[in-house]
Structure formats: structure tokens, C-alpha cells
Design a protein around this ligand. Structure first.
Ligand SMILES: *[C@@H]1O[C@H](CO)[C@@H](O)[C@H](O)[C@H]1NC(C)=O
Ligand SMILES: *[C@@H]1O[C@H](CO)[C@@H](O)[C@H](O)[C@H]1NC(C)=O
Ligand SMILES: *[C@@H]1O[C@H](CO)[C@@H](O)[C@H](O)[C@H]1NC(C)=O
Ligand SMILES: *[C@@H]1O[C@H](CO)[C@@H](O)[C@H](O)[C@H]1NC(C)=O
Ligand SMILES: *[C@@H]1O[C@H](CO)[C@@H](O)[C@H](O)[C@H]1NC(C)=O
Ligand SMILES: *[C@@H]1O[C@H](CO)[C@@H](O)[C@H](O)[C@H]1NC(C)=O
Ligand SMILES: *[C@@H]1O[C@H](CO)[C@@H](O)[C@H](O)[C@H]1NC(C)=O
Ligand SMILES: *[C@@H]1O[C@H](CO)[C@@H](O)[C@H](O)[C@H]1NC(C)=O
Ligand SMILES: *[C@@H]1O[C@H](CO)[C@@H](O)[C@H](O)[C@H]1NC(C)=O
Length: 890
């Protein structure tokens, strides 16, 4: 959802204007000036076990580039685990703002001995510089040598040398290439509403973490800091990476990763940022949404039309349109009356479908309107963010003049839980199955200086009147079917170092940086946490409604660790081919680096009009987003899949693959929840020694073994894809495809299909066929596809539970392994699936075996088919899937 501007053209101009403003405001300093700063000397160095402490004192005349250099710092280094070093440098003399534990709980320190650690901390004392190196190879991973650290009240600088043209990934949220250019790149972290997702600017979320990949290993660095910052990558005078933060402390976690398996660093980051929350099985079904559904009749009509088109619709969503004058926790009494919306929700639920609504944080400021109870309940609990003078901080969002909930206020849980309980009450309100939280940067339409928000809201015509006439209220539907306040002298409105905020000044288009939270913290420090904290509060409220059930919550603004609570959509993109391409890198950032696996981009594009071919291709790519939702903007033409025959076909054929793979992906997601293994992998994760893969961000693995290689150019029916030196299988024909570590041209790719390959070495669990809902899907039989790798073996895993409990009481976990002609399917079968194993298909089988035994019993010939062209051996099994199973070929 974007700020209210009339059209595509207007917001394009807005984006250009904002970029211009950012150039004027951002700070550019000659690196030589910073490198000439004195740095610090280390004294009084003490080591005890895995802990090192030292006093750092300014090593020469202060350089005072953006304020006065602090004279005395304290250093503490902890070997927290064998693969993690925690380094912290703080002001020795007074406490400074640090990210609160309530928002980002710190990982536990296992206090290991440096001798057992896979990375080491090394340092010089005068001046103090430090490096991190790999114990086994002594390879330096991070080094501040010749770049003195700078610590001023509102400017913190740490700079490391990197190998030439280092392979760096991460630092979101951004729409730069996944493999970050190291040449003159600035990545700014400051939550910002970002219509159109402009490349090279700060976007909604803040993840100060990167992974660096070398052929000798992959490691990670996480900077735990929520203040605004610019991270600069440069090739001038050797490749380097520089942090420029405007507050907080220097708090770094160095992650050793591994010399052979890139996924290891992702798991180590999950130990710091938290394991991602599991979502319900149904969440992986197809979601339909748009801004601009006119009324309940329109919503019902879309649901019916999906059914009529035979396209699986799992979840229907409604954007802010449903609200009464865009006030949260209300429905429009004429256009979306409660009783009729309840009919819609009941209908969905009775068809095993789901319903989700948007909830924004901003509450309409209506002190004189006693009818808007939500505002008054919040006011009575005093939960709104405050201005400097103690009054409620006034902003402008969709309903006009608004106030923001203060997620640090101890009463906010009571407020938010209660509003969710009342409005989303299953008996009297809207019985939502998930929550969608937006505008939580927080976004503010008030232009600086926001002297008179009331006048600005009137000038902007908020809330806009409805343009259609209301439906007949009886219209038939579905006919076819805590830190203490810190003394502050700083300039928190215009700090001396201006980060490259695309909106210009820090407070532009968001809350003022001097707005104050109940615990005394100011937006200057905690701005980047707002969306994260709304996510936590919303999860709490959803859990209070349905205790014990995994909630699906999708947010726009994020901070490191948000994946432990919610999922994320990539915000207000545009219906453009370049944005279709960007979506892959954006999704890989969240799913692979940031530990937010439930992620997806608005399919077919949000802003602007889509085209038939873009929507068709995007429907096929979107079928491999973890979170699969078609979403559209109010001024754009309709884009439901069923509107074009080609898009209908594209959606059906690709969803057919997704749904059959649902349990495979659900298992991957469960694994992510268990140990942080990513659910999507860039190619280099699987081929870490193959340098050709390092910059690829248009192909990816869905789970461990499904290679997705979309067509990437407009009007094209061909694509050059990279196939590493490995064996693959065409997902459709199951025929083997030999990869040779080179590009392969695929041609004649119809607009309704997407190239998908199975990476050899896996036993895939598939449902034998797809279904219209995930509930129905779970009643379909399984089949196993044995896709051997170069060494002739294959293995896989399948996890099944009730699909919704946070702590399921019964679980089925099965390991599949194939070698020397024998497939073993073994595990625990506590969750009753109630279905059969219908068949097993063995790939790359040159000729039919003489005999096939199932659990030791030879099968009749009629149950064995061999397709010599595609080399597929198809064995009909038909046994209940409730105990171990073995198949032998001889
Ligand atoms: C800051 O702390 C250091 C070491 O703890 C001490 O020597 C120094 O006097 C303090 N400076 C101020 C201004 O308090
Ligand atoms: C550790 O630092 C010292 C001092 O700079 C240096 O001589 C040594 O080579 C470093 N060790 C490694 C493994 O980088
Ligand atoms: C780096 O990028 C900035 C902003 O995009 C530009 O102003 C500057 O000239 C560039 N510097 C170099 C050395 O290319
Ligand atoms: C919480 O709400 C009560 C009224 O119910 C109010 O008296 C109290 O001041 C509020 N607490 C805070 C921190 O605002
Ligand atoms: C922030 O500070 C400015 C300048 O002192 C003041 O005019 C404004 O009212 C303050 N705003 C808030 C939200 O406290
Ligand atoms: C606080 O400041 C705002 C403007 O920044 C003003 O509208 C409001 O009346 C002030 N409140 C008090 C109690 O002075
Ligand atoms: C979308 O198409 C409609 C009519 O087909 C047109 O009125 C509108 O201007 C188009 N929007 C954009 C952003 O091109
Ligand atoms: C794609 O085809 C459409 C319709 O023929 C045409 O308008 C458009 O310019 C083409 N785009 C490209 C990039 O060739
Ligand atoms: C996979 O096989 C199908 C059926 O034979 C064929 O139409 C398709 O082009 C193949 N796909 C790729 C990517 O080779």
C-alpha cells in the first residue's frame, strides 16, 4: 500500500524527487579524513577463558568529524560458541542506547575456550585494530587494520578490508542485486515507506547482517544496532566495507560459517537472530488480495470466480477498503457491513478456505468522536507514542490525522490484544485466520515541517470518499457456490552525519525522531524497530485469539530477528519485468540470509497495470515463493488469475507442481524452524566451489533440490540457464539432464510453464495429485520419486503433523534413502496420515529390473512400467503409509 498519490506517474515523480533530496542531504566524507583519525590505544588487556577485556583510550588528537570523539571506551570480546565471537565496544563513561533485550533477546554465551574455536580474535594495541581469522587456515575474514575506529556520540565508524571484489550478500532491505556490487555501493538502513521499491535506496526493513562467500568458506557478520546507518562498499584503494552508524554501540557477532557448507552460516545466524516461526500448512496455499475491492459483493464474486476457473484459492484477503473511513478495527457499514462480511468468512471456512485482513498501526485521532471506541480505549490506556512535550504524537495516515501505538508502553499488549479479540471475535466479528500488518515503518503522510497535520490531512483529502455506490445490503452472494531515559544533548532531528535516507531528513514521512516512548526511548534510536515490535504485539494478539495455533502474520517493516515472529512481503512493487526479476534476489535475502523464510513478492505486481504475459510468467514464478500472493493496487486494472486464459493455465500448471511438492516444502520449513537451514538456496549454496554460481540471482533452489529457472525477459520464450556440473532431472518428463558447468539455452517455453529441475541425489515426497484446497490435498496419496545423484544414491526426509499446532502432539518423521538398488522408507508414524503410498518412481533407470520386491514380496509385472525414453521406472505400490517400507530392484 502506497502513500496517497493519484497515479503511477505521480509516484514515479515522487520517487525521483526523493532520490534528489537524498543526494542533497547525504553526507560524503573523504575516506582519507576518516582514516587520519587517531583511533584508540588498548590498555589493561585481560583475558580469562574465552573472554578478553581492554580499555581503549583516544590515541591522539581528536578528529571530531561529526561530534567530539569519545575519550574512553571499553572493549569486551567473548568466544560465545565454537563458531561465534561477540565483540562489543561501548562508552566507558556512560551508558548509551542499545537494542532492548525485549526486542532482540541476546543468544546465550556458552563461554568456550579459544583453542576449540573455529575463528579467532586478533588485535594490535597501539593503535588498537582487530581482525578475525579462521583458525584452520589463518585466513583473515575481517580486519580494521589501517582504518581506525571512530566513536563519537552520533557517529560510529568501523571499516574492514575485504578481498578484491568480495562476494557479499545481505544488508537489507534493498533491491540491489543479490550479489552486491562492491564498487561504490551505499546501503542505508532506516525504515521507509518505499513505493516502487527504488534500487539503491533504503526500504522498509533493517537487517545489518552480511554473509561473505569465498571458495575457502562462507562466514557472516551481524552488527546489532538499530540506529540509522550507511554501509559502504568500495573498491577504491582495495575493496572495503564500512559501517557508518548514527548511534548505539559497536556490537558485532562474527560467525565462522563453514569451509564447505554455506548453509552452516545461516544456521549460526539463526542461533543469534532466533529460529523462524513455523506457519500453518494452509499458509502455503494460494492467497488473493487487492487494494480496491469495492464491497462485500465484489469480494464474494472473486472467491466464486476462482472456484469457477478451477484455480485453487486457499485464502482471500481484503486491504484497507473494508474499513469505515479507513479506521482500523471497523467495517464500512454500507460497503462491507459486518453481517455480510461474516457471511463471506463463514462461506470460506465452510469450504476449507481462509480469510485475512489488513491491520495498520495508526489509529484515527478522534478525541471528539465518542463512537470510535478503539481510539478511546487506547487513549484511556495511554498507549500512544508521545511528542517531546508529552502530548500524543500526531501523524497522518489513511484515515487522516492519527496517533501511533507505542509498542514499548506496558499497556500496549492489553490494548492490542483486546482490539484483536473484539474486532476479530469469531462469534460477533471477523474471524480472521491470519494478520497482515502494513505501514509500520511507521509511515506518515505529513510533510515536514509538519506544523499543522490537521490542515495537511484536509489538503490531502483524507480519508477519500468512496466513488461507487453501496451494494444492496441483502445482495445475494455465492450463488454458484526497559531502559531508563538517557540524557540527550544530541541533535536527533538533524544529526551531523546524515545517512543517505531516500526520504531526506530522518523524520521525513515517518514519526519524528524526537517522538518519545513510554520507557523514555526516542524514535531516533528505535525507529528501525517499530515494524518488528508491531509484529511481536500482533503475534501475541493472534495467539491470544487462537491459543496454541501457529498464526500467519505478514508484515512490511522488519528488523533482524523478525522471522521468529512473522513473515514478510516485499512491499509495494510495480508490475514491471525488472521488478519480477528483483523479486528473486529480494526473496533470497530474506529467506537465505535474514532468517525470514515466509516471504514473497506481490505476484503480477502491485502498482501499475500488469500485462497478460507478465502476469502469466509471474504466476509461475510466484508458485515457488514461500508466501504466494497475488496483490494489486486500487488504480490498476484487475489482475486476478482467472481474467486471462493463459494466466489461468499458468497458475494452474505451476500450482499443480507447488501443491504436489507441498509436503516437501513443509518439511523444509520445519527444518528451518528447527535449525535455521534456509528454505530457499541460491545456487552457490549448493555449489560453493563453482565461481560461476556466485552472482546468479535469477535461478534458485526451492527447498534443497528443486531448481527453478524462470524465463526472465519480456515476450521471450527462451532463457539461458546455468546448470552446474551435476545431474538434474526435468520435473515434467523426469528425464535426466546432465549439467556440465555451463549455460544451457532452453527454448519454446510456453507462457504457461516454468522450467523446473530436480537436483540429483534426492528422494522427493510428492502428493500424487493436486487439489483445490490444502485440506483436500492432505487426503491425497503420496508417491516417492527417487532421483539419484552422480554417485547413484539418493536420500530425503518427510515431516508431517496436524499442520497447525505450535506443539503438535503427534508427528510423522520419515527418512528415505536409496542405494544399491534398495529404497528404505523408515521412521516414526505417530501422526496418522490416513493415506497410501500409491507409487514409487525411480529415475535414470536404463532398463527394467527383473524383479521388484515391496517389503520382501515380489510384485506382479502389471505393477511395473518402464519408460525407456525418459528412463523412468514406475512401480505401483498402494500400501498404507503408516509403517516402514522397502523396495528392492534386482
Ligand atoms: C572516563 O572513564 C575513564 C576510564 O574509566 C576515566 O579514566 C576518565 O576519567 C573518564 N572520563 C570522564 C570524562 O569521566
Ligand atoms: C595477529 O596479529 C599480529 C599483529 O598484527 C600479526 O603479526 C599476526 O600475523 C596476526 N595473526 C594472524 C593469524 O592474522
Ligand atoms: C558513487 O556514487 C555516488 C552516488 O551514487 C556518486 O555521487 C559518486 O560520484 C560515485 N563515486 C564514484 C567514485 O563513482
Ligand atoms: C496504563 O493504563 C492505566 C489506566 O488503565 C494508566 O493509569 C497508566 O498510566 C497506564 N500506563 C502507562 C505506562 O501509560
Ligand atoms: C521535536 O522537536 C522540534 C524542535 O525542537 C519541536 O518543534 C517538535 O515539536 C518536536 N516534536 C516532537 C514530536 O516532539
Ligand atoms: C505539544 O506540541 C504540539 C505541537 O508539537 C501541540 O499541538 C500541543 O498542543 C502541545 N501540547 C502541550 C501540552 O503543550
Ligand atoms: C491502466 O489501464 C487503465 C485502463 O486500461 C488506464 O486508465 C490507466 O491509466 C492505466 N494505469 C497505468 C498506471 O498505466
Ligand atoms: C512485447 O510485446 C508487446 C506486444 O507485441 C510490445 O508492445 C512490447 O514492446 C514488447 N516488449 C519488448 C521488450 O520487446
Ligand atoms: C521437460 O520435459 C517436457 C516434456 O517432455 C518438455 O516439454 C520441456 O521442454 C522440458 N523442459 C526443459 C526445461 O527442458
Amino acid at each position: 500500500m502506497v502513500a496517497p498519490t493519484d497515479s503511477y506517474r505521480h509516484w514515479t515523480l515522487l520517487v525521483l524527487w526523493l532520490r534528489l533530496v537524498s543526494y542533497i542531504c547525504a553526507t560524503n566524507v573523504d575516506p582519507a579524513v576518516l582514516d587520519a583519525c587517531p583511533g584508540y590505544n588498548a590498555q589493561n588487556v585481560k583475558t580469562e577463558g574465552g573472554t578478553l577485556t581492554a580499555d581503549l583510550t583516544l590515541a591522539g588528537e581528536a578528529c571530531n568529524v561529526f561530534g567530539e570523539d569519545l575519550t574512553a571506551l571499553s572493549l569486551r570480546v567473548d568466544y560465545e560458541t565454537k563458531d561465534r565471537i561477540h565483540l562489543k565496544i561501548v562508552d566507558a563513561n556512560s551508558s548509551r542506547y542499545e537494542v532492548p533485550e525485549s526486542v532482540f533477546p541476546r543468544p546465550s554465551n556458552q563461554a568456550v575456550s579459544p583453542d576449540s574455536a573455529s575463528i579467532q580474535f586478533n588485535f594490535t594495541t597501539s593503535p588498537f585494530t582487530f581482525s578475525i581469522y579462521r583458525s584452520s587456515s589463518q585466513e583473515v575474514l575481517f580486519s580494521t587494520a589501517s582504518h581506525p575506529i571512530i566513536f563519537e556520540p552520533q557517529y560510529l565508524r568501523v571499516k574492514t578490508n575485504l578481498p578484491d571484489n568480495a562476494n557479499i550478500y545481505g544488508f537489507g532491505e534493498h533491491t540491489n542485486p543479490f550479489h552486491l556490487p562492491t564498487d561504490n555501493m551505499t546501503l542505508t538502513l532506516w525504515s521507509k515507506e518505499s513505493p516502487g521499491l527504488p534500487t539503491g535506496t533504503n526500504l522498509y526493513g533493517n537487517h545489518p547482517v552480511y554473509f561473505e562467500h569465498r571458495t575457502t568458506g562462507t562466514h557472516g557478520v551481524f552488527f546489532l544496532n538499530s540506529n540509522g546507518m550507511d554501509v559502504k562498499l568500495s573498491n577504491t584503494g582495495g575493496t572495503s566495507l564500512e559501517y557508518n552508524a548514527i548511534g548505539g554501540v559497536m556490537d558485532y557477532y562474527f560467525l565462522a560459517g563453514s569451509e564447505s557448507d554455506p548453509a552452516e552460516v545461516a544456521r549460526q545466524y539463526a542461533e543469534v537472530a532466533g529460529l523462524p516461526a513455523e506457519v500453518a500448512y494452509w499458509s502455503f496455499g494460494f492467497h488473493q488480495c487487492r487494494f480496491g475491492y469495492k464491497d462485500f459483493v465484489n469480494v464474494a464474486e472473486v472467491i466464486s470466480k476462482y472456484a469457477a476457473a478451477g484455480i485453487p484459492l486457499e485464502t482471500m484477503w481484503t486491504d484497507i477498503d473494508y474499513m469505515d473511513r479507513r479506521r482500523i478495527f471497523t467495517v464500512d457499514p454500507q460497503f462491507f457491513p459486518m453481517n455480510r462480511m461474516r457471511d463471506v468468512v463463514d462461506y470460506l471456512h465452510s469450504h476449507d478456505q481462509h480469510f485475512i485482513l489488513m491491520t495498520d498501526p495508526a489509529v484515527a485521532y478522534l478525541p471528539d468522536d465518542p463512537g470510535y471506541l478503539s481510539f478511546h480505549r487506547g487513549k484511556d490506556l495511554n498507549v500512544y507514542l508521545k511528542a517531546d512535550n508529552g502530548s500524543d504524537f500526531i501523524a497522518i495516515v489513511w484515515p487522516g490525522v492519527t496517533v501511533y501505538p507505542d509498542w514499548f508502553n506496558p499497556n500496549v499488549t492489553e490494548f492490542w490484544n483486546n482490539e484483536f479479540r473484539e474486532f476479530y471475535d469469531p462469534e460477533t466479528g471477523l474471524d480472521i485466520d491470519g494478520a497482515w500488518i502494513d505501514m509500520n515503518e511507521p509511515s506518515n503522510f505529513c510533510n515536514l515541517p509538519c506544523d499543522d497535520p490537521f490542515q495537511q490531512a484536509r489538503d490531502q483529502g483524507l480519508p477519500p470518499p468512496r466513488t461507487s455506490s453501496p451494494p444492496d445490503p441483502n445482495a445475494p452472494i455465492f450463488q454458484n457456490d526497559s531502559q531508563s531515559q538517557l540524557a540527550r544533548r544530541d541533535d536527533i532531528l538533524n544529526p551531523p552525519y546524515a545517512i543517505n535516507n531516500a526520504a531526506g531528513p530522518l523524520s521525513s514521512k515517518t514519526s519524528m525522531t524526537n517522538a518519545t516512548h513510554a520507557n523514555g526511548l526516542q524514535e531516533y534510536d528505535v525507529h528501525n524497530l517499530y515494524g518488528m515490535m508491531m509484529s511481536i504485539a500482533t503475534r501475541t494478539a493472534m495467539l491470544a485469539r487462537r491459543p496454541g495455533k501457529r498464526p500467519l502474520i505478514i508484515t512490511r517493516s522488519t528488523f533482524a530477528g523478525v522471522g521468529a515472529h512473522v513473515g514478510k512481503w516485499l512491499g509495494d512493487n510495480i508490475s514491471l519485468w525488472e521488478q519480477y526479476r528483483f523479486s528473486i534476489g529480494g526473496m533470497l535475502n530474506f529467506a537465505t540470509i535474514f532468517q525470514v523464510p515466509m516471504v514473497g513478492s506481490d505476484i503480477c505486481g502491485f502498482n501499475g497495470n500488469t500485462t497478460e504475459t507478465l502476469c502469466a510468467r509471474w504466476a509461475t514464478l510466484g508458485a515457488f515463493y514461500p508466501f504466494m500472493r497475488n496483490h494489486n493496487e486500487i488504480h490498476a486494472n484487475d489482475q486476478e488469475y482467472y481474467l486471462w486464459p493463459s494466466v489461468t493455465q499458468a497458475a494452474k500448471s505451476s500450482m499443480d507442481i507447488r501443491y504436489r511438492l507441498m509436503d516437501y516444502f513443509y518439511t523444509a520449513f520445519h527444518q528451518a524452524h528447527t535449525d535455521g537451514t534456509p528454505v530457499l538456496h541460491p545456487l552457490w549454496f549448493k555449489y560453493p566451489k563453482d565461481a560461476n554460481t556466485f552472482s546468479l540471482d535469477l535461478q534458485f533452489f526451492f527447498g534443497d533440490s528443486i531448481l527453478v529457472s524462470p524465463v526472465t525477459e519480456e515476450n521471450s520464450t527462451s532463457v539461458d540457464i546455468y546448470l552446474p556440473d551435476d545431474i538434474f532431472y526435468n520435473f515434467t518428463s523426469l528425464a535426466p539432464v546432465e549439467g556440465t558447468g555451463s549455460n544451457v539455452s532452453l527454448t519454446n517455453i510456453d507462457f504457461t510453464t516454468i522450467p523446473v529441475h530436480i537436483k540429483g541425489g534426492v528422494v522427493l515426497p510428492l502428493r500424487v495429485e493436486s487439489a483445490m484446497t490444502t485440506t483436500e490435498l492432505r487426503k491425497k496419496d503420496f508417491e516417492f520419486v527417487v532421483a539419484t545423484g552422480q554417485d547413484g544414491t539418493a536420500s530425503g526426509r518427510l515431516y508431517i503433523d496436524d499442520g497447525e499446532s505450535i506443539e503438535p502432539s503427534q508427528m510423522t518423521t520419515v527418512d528415505m534413502s536409496f542405494k544399491e538398488g534398495k529404497l528404505d522408507i523408515k521412521g516414526t508414524f505417530d501422526f496418522p496420515t490416513g493415506v497410501n503410498v500409491a507409487r514409487v518412481r525411480f529415475l535414470n533407470v536404463e532398463k527394467a529390473p527383473k524383479k521388484v520386491k515391496v517389503n520382501g514380496k515380489t510384485l506382479g509385472h502389471s505393477r511395473i512400467k518402464h519408460d525407456a525414453t525418459n528412463k523412468v521406472l514406475d512401480v505401483t505400490v498402494d500400501v498404507a503409509f503408516d509403517k516402514d517400507l522397502s523396495l528392492e530392484l534386482s
